[in-house]
Design a protein around this ligand. Structure first.
Ligand SMILES: NC(=O)c1ccc[n+]([C@@H]2O[C@H](COP(=O)([O-])OP(=O)(O)OC[C@H]3O[C@@H](n4cnc5c(N)ncnc54)[C@H](OP(=O)(O)O)[C@@H]3O)[C@@H](O)[C@H]2O)c1
Length: 312
């Protein structure tokens, strides 16, 4: 296993965590093939594979993701590091305190290890958000705080108040979308705020199982730019190189894609999984390394932009 301490904290996590946005409602959302029992087994398999933390959110499956994690871990829930998130509309002080209570209840825990602001809410001043978070820290209900989808100019006022308690920024980061490298990543590295890479497999595109003739059709991914035809040429070129490197190292395509991310200082990743075999495979991105030269080849091959302009 490979561990790192998040930010300037003592929170020591494996470089791969488990993402659980997938744990939603059956029949729609992130894949029609979601199955509650599979999800419970995914959580158990993650821990058995050595992964020591799980990312969730009050928004995932309307709280169902947090409930599934609690049900799967049972009495072992306190042995696992839990990162959850409060949704943007709940940033006013009383709402935020209430949201934290809701997550604690669904998780069946007395504290949250990492409590993240899920996305920016420009209507609530940083001071008010920070006041609520400070209170949760003082009460011992939250150990550390993180943000998600935050640009430097909005992290700065929070960091000025929260200091070293603010330890992470969870953002989209994968070989198809490296846009955080312009401003967000340099800022975070400078201030020792860890990047938690979400969608590290580009929602499954970087696993090599999708192509021009086979693309996901679920509600969430049918609109995602990774799968738009105009972005496919670049994606398939990167997957070709991932495949070559997977053969060379005796690994799988997703393992190499994840390895490229977590081999960087200050970056951890939370691939999502709906099946036990996914999570077992994704844990296998740890414990080995790409040669510097191969890491660089992927870096060069993945330069360029993912187009978010709608198809013409
Ligand atoms: N903070 C935020 O705003 C935010 C936004 C998005 C995500 N997140 C977090 O980040 C986590 C991961 O991101 P994500 O779920 O968007 O995308 P992802 O991790 O890039 O992709 C996950 C999907 O890829 C497929 N997959 C995963 N591992 C695989 C493997 N080894 N082999 C084959 N297929 C595999 C599965 O879908 P299929 O089998 O259906 O292809 C899975 O649902 C989420 O669960 C969530 O915790 C946070």
């Amino acid at each position: 296993m490979e561990y790192t301490k998040l930010g300037k904290s003592e929170l020591e996590v494996t470089k791969i965590g488990l993402g659980t946005w997938q744990f939603g409602t059956e029949g729609w959302g992130f894949g029609k093939d979601f199955d509650r029992n599979d999800a419970i087994n995914v959580v158990k398999a993650a821990i058995d594979s050595g992964i020591n933390w799980i990312d969730t959110a009050e928004a995932y499956g309307g709280g169902e993701s947090e409930r599934i994690i609690s049900e799967a871990l049972g009495s072992k829930i306190n042995d696992v590091i839990i990162a959850t998130k409060v949704s943007g509309p709940h940033f006013q002080k009383n709402d935020l305190l209430k949201a934290a209570e809701g997550s604690l209840k669904r998780l069946n825990r007395d504290w949250i290890d990492l409590y993240q602001l899920h996305w920016v809410n420009g209507y609530v001043p940083s001071e008010e958000v920070a006041e609520a978070l400070q209170l949760l820290l003082e009460q011992g209900k939250v150990r550390y705080v993180g943000v998600s989808n935050y640009p430097p100019e909005l992290i700065e006022p929070l960091r000025n108040i929260m200091g070293d308690k603010l330890i992470t920024n969870q953002v989209r980061y994968n070989l198809l979308d490296r846009s955080i490298e312009k401003a967000i990543k340099p800022y975070c590295l400078k201030h020792q705020i860890h990047i938690i890479a979400f969608s590290p497999l580009a929602m499954g595109m970087l696993t090599g199982k999708y192509n021009r003739d086979h693309l996901p059709s679920d509600a969430i991914r049918s609109g995602a730019a990774y799968f738009w035809r105009k972005n496919l040429d670049r994606a398939l070129k990167i997957i070709e190189l991932l495949s070559e490197l997977a053969d060379k190292y005796g690994k799988t395509i997703p393992q190499v894609a994840l390895r490229w991310l977590i081999q960087q200082d200050g970056v951890v990743a939370i691939p999502g999984a709906k099946k036990v075999e996914h999570v077992v495979s994704n844990a296998g991105a740890m414990g080995w390394a790409l040669d510097e030269e191969d890491w660089k080849r992927l870096e060069e091959a993945s330069r360029g932009e993912l187009s978010y302009y709608f198809e013409e």
